[in-house]
Design a protein around this ligand. Structure first.
Ligand code: THU
Length: 129
Protein backbone atom coordinates (compact mmCIF):
# COMPACT_ATOMS: atom_id res chain seq x y z
CA UNK A 1 0.00 0.00 0.00
CA UNK A 2 2.79 2.39 0.86
CA UNK A 3 4.34 1.86 -2.57
CA UNK A 4 1.64 3.92 -4.25
CA UNK A 5 2.12 6.73 -1.74
CA UNK A 6 5.87 6.66 -2.39
CA UNK A 7 5.36 6.81 -6.13
CA UNK A 8 2.91 9.69 -5.89
CA UNK A 9 5.03 11.66 -3.42
CA UNK A 10 8.03 11.41 -5.71
CA UNK A 11 5.95 12.43 -8.71
CA UNK A 12 4.53 15.41 -6.79
CA UNK A 13 8.01 16.46 -5.71
CA UNK A 14 9.11 16.58 -9.33
CA UNK A 15 6.44 19.27 -9.89
CA UNK A 16 7.44 21.44 -6.93
CA UNK A 17 7.78 25.17 -7.51
CA UNK A 18 10.72 26.09 -5.31
CA UNK A 19 12.85 28.68 -7.14
CA UNK A 20 13.84 30.45 -3.90
CA UNK A 21 14.82 27.66 -1.51
CA UNK A 22 15.54 25.16 -4.28
CA UNK A 23 14.23 22.60 -1.81
CA UNK A 24 11.62 20.51 -3.54
CA UNK A 25 9.11 18.64 -1.43
CA UNK A 26 6.38 16.16 -2.30
CA UNK A 27 3.70 14.63 -0.11
CA UNK A 28 1.12 11.93 -0.74
CA UNK A 29 -1.60 10.79 1.63
CA UNK A 30 -4.27 8.11 1.57
CA UNK A 31 -7.86 8.81 2.50
CA UNK A 32 -10.47 6.05 2.17
CA UNK A 33 -8.32 4.29 -0.40
CA UNK A 34 -7.79 7.39 -2.51
CA UNK A 35 -4.34 8.97 -2.83
CA UNK A 36 -3.93 12.75 -2.80
CA UNK A 37 -0.64 14.50 -3.37
CA UNK A 38 0.87 17.95 -3.24
CA UNK A 39 4.12 19.82 -3.69
CA UNK A 40 5.51 23.00 -2.19
CA UNK A 41 4.62 26.18 -4.04
CA UNK A 42 6.83 29.13 -3.18
CA UNK A 43 6.16 32.81 -3.79
CA UNK A 44 8.29 35.90 -4.36
CA UNK A 45 6.58 37.20 -1.22
CA UNK A 46 8.28 34.47 0.80
CA UNK A 47 5.79 33.88 3.65
CA UNK A 48 3.06 33.13 1.14
CA UNK A 49 4.68 29.90 0.02
CA UNK A 50 2.81 26.71 0.83
CA UNK A 51 4.12 23.32 1.90
CA UNK A 52 3.65 20.04 0.08
CA UNK A 53 1.55 18.63 2.93
CA UNK A 54 -0.83 21.58 2.71
CA UNK A 55 -1.32 20.91 -1.00
CA UNK A 56 -2.10 17.25 -0.39
CA UNK A 57 -4.56 18.13 2.37
CA UNK A 58 -6.28 20.70 0.15
CA UNK A 59 -6.68 18.08 -2.58
CA UNK A 60 -8.18 15.63 -0.08
CA UNK A 61 -10.66 18.16 1.28
CA UNK A 62 -11.60 19.25 -2.24
CA UNK A 63 -12.50 15.63 -2.97
CA UNK A 64 -14.65 15.44 0.16
CA UNK A 65 -12.12 13.55 2.29
CA UNK A 66 -11.71 14.21 6.01
CA UNK A 67 -9.35 11.53 7.33
CA UNK A 68 -5.65 11.09 6.62
CA UNK A 69 -4.83 7.40 7.05
CA UNK A 70 -1.14 7.45 6.12
CA UNK A 71 1.21 10.01 4.60
CA UNK A 72 4.58 10.02 2.87
CA UNK A 73 6.80 13.11 2.68
CA UNK A 74 9.91 13.52 0.54
CA UNK A 75 12.41 16.37 0.47
CA UNK A 76 16.18 15.98 0.40
CA UNK A 77 18.50 13.20 1.47
CA UNK A 78 17.80 13.74 5.16
CA UNK A 79 14.29 12.89 6.42
CA UNK A 80 12.00 15.82 5.61
CA UNK A 81 10.06 16.05 8.84
CA UNK A 82 6.92 18.19 8.48
CA UNK A 83 7.26 21.76 9.71
CA UNK A 84 5.45 22.78 12.88
CA UNK A 85 2.55 24.34 11.01
CA UNK A 86 2.05 21.23 8.91
CA UNK A 87 2.07 19.01 11.99
CA UNK A 88 -0.88 21.01 13.24
CA UNK A 89 -2.57 20.78 9.83
CA UNK A 90 -2.09 17.01 9.89
CA UNK A 91 -3.66 16.89 13.36
CA UNK A 92 -6.84 18.42 11.97
CA UNK A 93 -7.43 15.33 9.80
CA UNK A 94 -5.21 12.71 11.39
CA UNK A 95 -5.51 10.68 14.57
CA UNK A 96 -2.55 10.53 16.98
CA UNK A 97 -1.51 7.11 15.58
CA UNK A 98 -1.28 8.44 12.01
CA UNK A 99 1.92 7.14 10.47
CA UNK A 100 4.10 9.75 8.80
CA UNK A 101 6.80 8.26 6.58
CA UNK A 102 9.78 10.33 5.49
CA UNK A 103 11.46 8.94 2.40
CA UNK A 104 14.54 9.72 0.35
CA UNK A 105 14.41 11.02 -3.24
CA UNK A 106 15.26 7.43 -4.22
CA UNK A 107 12.10 6.18 -2.53
CA UNK A 108 13.61 4.53 0.54
CA UNK A 109 11.81 4.97 3.86
CA UNK A 110 14.21 6.90 6.11
CA UNK A 111 12.05 7.47 9.14
CA UNK A 112 8.53 6.69 10.31
CA UNK A 113 6.88 8.56 13.16
CA UNK A 114 3.36 8.76 14.49
CA UNK A 115 1.68 12.12 14.55
CA UNK A 116 1.64 11.89 18.35
CA UNK A 117 5.43 11.60 18.32
CA UNK A 118 5.76 14.59 16.00
CA UNK A 119 3.20 16.70 17.87
CA UNK A 120 2.72 15.48 21.45
CA UNK A 121 -0.17 16.78 23.53
CA UNK A 122 -1.60 18.37 20.42
CA UNK A 123 -4.43 20.83 20.43
CA UNK A 124 -7.07 19.56 18.05
CA UNK A 125 -10.71 19.52 16.98
CA UNK A 126 -11.69 17.56 20.12
CA UNK A 127 -10.79 20.53 22.27
CA UNK A 128 -13.59 22.51 20.70
CA UNK A 129 -16.24 19.90 21.45
N1 THU B 1 8.56 22.46 3.00
C1 THU B 1 7.51 21.63 2.74
O1 THU B 1 6.87 21.72 1.69
N2 THU B 1 7.19 20.71 3.67
C2 THU B 1 7.89 20.46 4.81
O2 THU B 1 7.53 19.58 5.56
C3 THU B 1 9.08 21.26 5.12
C4 THU B 1 9.33 22.42 4.23
C5 THU B 1 8.93 23.46 2.00
C6 THU B 1 8.59 24.88 2.33
C7 THU B 1 9.57 25.63 1.45
O3 THU B 1 9.04 25.76 0.15
C8 THU B 1 10.77 24.70 1.38
O4 THU B 1 10.33 23.44 1.79
C9 THU B 1 11.94 25.15 2.24
O5 THU B 1 11.52 25.38 3.53
Amino acid sequence: MIQELIREALEARSRAYAPYSRFQVGAALRCEGVVHSGCNVENAAYPLGTCAEAGAIASMVRAGGRRIEEIVVVGGDAPCTPCGGCRQKLREFGLPDLRVHMISPKGDVLLTRTLAELLPDAFGPDHLG
